[in-house]
Ligand binder design. Structure first.
Ligand code: GLA
Length: 709
C-alpha cells in the first residue's frame, strides 16, 4: 500500500522500527528496538517531534539526521552510506525519496538523484522472529560509468549503548570475545581476506555497560556475505550512535555501466535484553527458512584426525565398521583421495579419484559404508589449486592475481577465479561427475587460504565480489542437480562462517580445534549467530591434536553434544569399555537432538570464569538440558548454586544428573543432597535460587536433564 502519513511504524515479533519518511531527503529510523505497541499517526508524529535535535553553536544550520542512507549533501558528517563518483565528479549524492510502499512489517523506499543520475531502492523488513533486515540497491541511471566505492546499511543505536562486543580469533581459536568502551569515534572491523576469516566477528554488538547473555539491552548487526566486508560502530559528537555494515569493495571492483545495479548483501540486525534473546531471534529466523535442514542431524565420522593422508582401504574399512557399531550415520572421507594428493603440497584442482591409492575407485569403500547403513560424504576444496597440479599447469589464467603477478601463497595454494566461465564450468563438471558416479550425500567444502591480490585475468579488476556470487551459484547448481545433497562450509575450520554461505550450505565446520576447553568459547560465540544444528562439533581422541591437552571422554562428548555431533578420532581399536561409553554419549545425542536442534540456546552469566553453564530449552519449555563445565579450578569450593534460566516460571520440573557416573561424585565428597532422590522445583526457583552444582575436577562436566512434571 502507498503511505500517506509521514511517520510509519513497522512491527513484528516483538520488535518495532519507527521511520520518519520525510527525514533528510532519505527516511530516518527514529527507533529500533522493543515493540512500542499500537501507535496512532498523531502519536507517531509526536515521536518524530520528540526526537528532533536543536541546532547548536559552531554547527551547521541544519542539524543532520541519521537516515537510512546518510549523505554529506544533508550536512551529515559521520561516515556516509554511499560513496562513489564518475571519474571524480558527482562525488556527493543527494538522494531524495520519492516513493514508499509498506506493509505492517516491511517498507520499500525508492529514491533518486537526478543530478548524479542514481536511483536507490531500499527494503526494510522485520520478520516474525523480530529480526530487522535491510538491503539497498543502487542503479546507475546516467550514461557513463559510475564507480561505486561503498554502499552500506546504517542502523541507529540507543543512547544507552556504551560498550561494544565483537570477536577476533585465528586458526584453531576462532571467535574470541573482546569488549571495548563505545566512545566518540569509530570501531571498525574489516575483512580483506576474500572470506570472513578466522578473526571475523560474526556480530558487532553494542549495549549497556556489562551487558551479558541474560540481561542488558544490546543491539547487533551481521552482514550475510562470504567475502570482504566492513562492520562498524560509530558515535558522533552530535550524539548519533549507529552500526554500519556493508561489503568492503576494492578500487574498481564495482563499476556500474549505464543501467547497471549493485545490491548490498542483506544486513541482519537483532536486539535483546541480553545476548541469549538477541541470538534466539536470529536462530528463529534461520529455522524458518525453506532451506533450513530439518531432518535429524546425522552423527558424523570425519576421517581427518583419524587417518590424515593415510588412505588405505582396509584401515578405512575397519574405521567404518567401528563407526557403524557406535551409531555413526554419516561417514566423511577427508582430504587425500584425489589424483596425486599424498600430502598438502600438491594436486588441489585435480578432482579425479587417485588411481594409485584407489585402484578400483571409491566404490569399494562406499559400498562398505552404505552397506553398513551409513551415508557417504567426501571432502573437496574446489576453489583452490596448488601450483603443483595439472590444472594450474594447464590453465594459469584461471588463477586469481593482480597485475600479472601471482599472489603470495597460503598452504602452498592459489585460488581459482570462479568468475572465469571456463574455471566455473570445469568445477561444475568435475563435481557433478563425482556426485553422479557415486552415492555421495554430503560434501565437506573447504577453503583453506585467505585471498590477497584477488583479481581476474580477464578484466584486470578485483574479483572477490564476483567470486562470492559465482560460489553461491555453483553450490546451488550442484544442489539442484543432486537433490538431498548436503554441504558443509569449512575454511581451515571456521574462517567462512556467515549467513550468506549458510543459505547455500547445511552447516559450518566450527573450528579445526576440537579441544573441548577451547571449543566451549568457540561454540559459545559462534552460537551468537549459528544455532546448534548448523554447528559441527566433533568428539576428538583423548589427546587434542591442536593443543596436546588430554581430556576424559565425558568432557569431549558433553561439549560436542551442544552442536551437530560427530567423531574425529581413530575409533577402530577402542577398548570395549571405551566403545560402550562412546555409544552411551551417541545414544544421548540421538535421544535429545530434536531438543538441541529446535530449542532456545541459553548461556548463564556466572561470576566465576571457571564456571561455564549453558543449555537448551525446548521451544514449549517442557524440557531442557544444561551442561556445567568446570574449565579450571574454581575460586569458590564448591562452586555454589547453579541457576537454570529460560524455563517457564510456574511449571514444575524434575532435575536429574545425566552423567552422574562420570563426575566423580562421592569421590571424597559427601553426596550431593539433591541428586540422591528426585528433586522437583519450579522454573522460577531453578532460574533464581538454582541448585548446588556437583563438585568436579577441573576440565570435567556434568549434564542436567530438566523435564516438566
Ligand atoms: C582443513 C580443514 C580440516 C581438514 C584439512 C584437510 O584444514 O579445516 O578439517 O579437512 O583441511 O586438508
Amino acid at each position: 500500500m502507498h503511505h500517506d502519513s509521514t511517520v510509519t511504524h513497522l512491527r513484528n515479533g516483538g520488535t518495532s522500527v519507527i521511520v520518519d519518511l520525510v527525514g533528510d531527503g532519505m527516511p530516518e529510523i527514529l527507533f529500533w528496538g522493543a515493540d512500542q505497541g499500537d501507535l496512532s499517526d498523531r502519536e507517531l508524529g509526536d515521536v518524530a517531534r520528540a526526537t528532533r535535535a536543536q541546532r547548536v553553536s559552531g554547527g551547521l544550520d541544519q542539524p543532520a539526521r541519521l537516515t537510512v542512507l546518510p549523505q554529506e549533501s544533508n550536512g551529515w558528517q559521520g561516515t556516509p552510506g554511499l560513496t562513489g563518483s564518475r571519474q571524480g565528479h558527482f562525488f556527493s549524492p543527494a538522494l531524495r525519496a520519492t516513493e514508499f510502499v509498506n506493509t505492517p512489517a516491511t517498507l520499500a523506499i525508492d529514491a533518486v538523484d537526478e543530478i548524479s543520475h542514481l536511483a536507490v531502492h531500499a527494503i526494510l523488513a522485520i520478520d516474525a522472529a523480530g529480526v530487522f533486515s535491510q538491503s539497498i540497491t543502487v542503479t546507475n541511471t546516467g550514461d557513463d560509468v559510475y564507480e561505486l566505492n561503498d554502499l552500506c546499511i546504517t542502523v541507529p543505536l540507543p543512547v544507552s549503548a556504551t560498550e561494544i562486543l565483537d570477536t577476533t580469533g585465528r586458526h584453531l581459536r576462532e571467535r574470541s570475545p573482546q569488549r571495548h568502551a563505545f566512545t566518540q569515534g569509530r570501531h571498525q572491523r574489516d575483512s580483506r581476506k576474500g572470506r570472513p576469516g578466522a578473526d571475523a566477528t560474526l556480530l558487532l554488538a553494542a549495549g549497556t555497560p556489562g551487558f551479558g547473555f541474560e540481561r542488558g539491552l544490546v543491539h547487533a548487526v551481521h552482514l550475510a556475505f562470504s567475502g570482504n566486508y566492513r562492520l562498524a560502530a560509530e558515535k558522533l559528537v552530535t550524539g548519533s550512535a549507529f552500526l554500519q555494515a556493508g561489503e568492503l569493495l576494492a578500487p574498481g571492483e564495482i563499476r556500474l555501466a549505464p543501467g547497471a545495479s549493485y545490491s548490498t548483501p542483506t544486513v541482519i540486525a537483532s536486539w535483546g535484553d541480553g545476548l541469549t534473546e538477541l541470538s534466539a531471534r536470529i536462530h528463529t529466523r534461520l529455522r524458518a527458512r525453506d532451506v533450513h535442514p530439518r531432518t535429524p542431524r546425522p552423527v558424523t565420522l570425519n576421517t581427518w584426525e583419524a587417518v590424515y593422508f593415510d588412505h588405505d582401504l582396509s584401515r578405512l574399512t575397519a574405521l567404518a565398521e567401528s563407526a557403524a557399531r557406535v551409531g555413526v550415520e554419516r561417514y566423511v572421507l577427508d582430504d587425500g583421495w584425489f589424483h596425486g594428493r599424498r600430502d598438502d603440497t600438491s594436486s588441489l584442482g585435480d578432482w579425479y579419484v587417485d588411481a594409485d591409492v584407489w585402484p578400483d575407485g571409491l566404490g569399494p569403500l562406499i559400498d562398505v559404508v552404505t552397506g553398513l547403513g551409513m551415508q557417504f560424504g567426501l571432502w573437496v576444496e574446489p576453489e583452490m589449486v596448488n601450483p603443483d597440479s595439472d590444472l594450474a599447469r594447464a590453465h594459469p589464467d584461471w588463477l586469481l592475481q593482480a597485475a600479472g603477478r601471482l599472489p603470495v601463497e597460503g598452504r602452498q595454494q592459489q585460488v581459482l577465479d570462479l568468475s572465469h566461465p571456463d574455471a566455473y564450468a570445469y568445477l561444475l563438471e568435475r563435481l557433478d561427475a563425482l556426485l553422479a558416479e557415486y552415492p555421495i550425500g554430503y560434501l565437506k567444502w573447504d577453503h583453506n587460504r585467505d585471498l590477497v591480490d584477488a583479481g581476474s585475468t580477464r578484466t584486470g579488476a578485483p574479483a572477490v565480489h564476483d567470486n562470492v556470487v559465482a560460489l553461491y551459484s555453483l553450490l546451488d547448481e550442484l544442489k539442484a542437480r543432486h537433490p538431498g545433497l548436503e554441504i558443509e562450509s569449512c575454511a581451515s575450520g571456521g574462517a567462512r562462517v556467515d549467513l550468506g554461505i549458510l543459505d547455500h550450505t547445511d552447516r559450518i565446520w566450527t573450528s579445526d580445534c576440537i579441544d573441548p576447553i577451547e571449543r566451549l568459547t568457540i561454540q559459545k560465540y559462534t552460537g551468537l549467530l549459528v544455532p546448534y544444528e548448523l554447528m559441527g562439533a566433533h568428539i576428538s581422541g583423548p589427546e587434542s591434536h591442536s593443543t596436546g591437552r588430554r581430556h576424559d571422554l565425558s568432557l569431549r562428548a558433553g561439549v560436542a553434544l551442544f552442536g551437530h555431533l560427530g567423531i574425529e578420532w581413530d575409533i577402530a581399536a577402542l577398548s570395549d569399555a571405551d566403545e560402550a561409553e562412546l555409544i552411551g554419549w551417541i545414544d544421548l545425542y540421538k535421544a535429545n537432538r530434536a531438543l538441541f536442534h529446535t530449542g532456545t540456546s541459553v548461556h548463564v552469566d556466572h561470576a566465576d570464569p571457571a564456571v561455564d553453564l549453558r543449555g537448551v530449552v525446548a521451544a514449549d519449555r517442557s524440557e531442557a538440558m544444561f551442561v556445567f563445565s568446570l574449565v579450571a579450578t574454581s575460586a569458590a569450593y564448591p562452586v555454589g548454586p547453579l541457576r537454570f534460566p529460560g524455563l517457564d516460571d510456574d511449571t514444575r520440573y524434575l532435575v536429574t544428573l545425566v552423567n552422574r557416573e562420570f563426575t566423580g561424585i562421592g569421590n571424597g565428597q559427601s553426596p550431593l543432597v539433591w541428586a540422591e532422590q528426585p528433586i522437583i522445583l519450579t522454573g522460577r526457583a531453578l532460574g533464581s535460587i538454582g541448585l548446588q552444582g556437583p563438585v568436579l575436577f577441573p576440565e570435567h562436566l556434568a549434564i542436567f536433564q530438566i523435564t516438566s512434571v
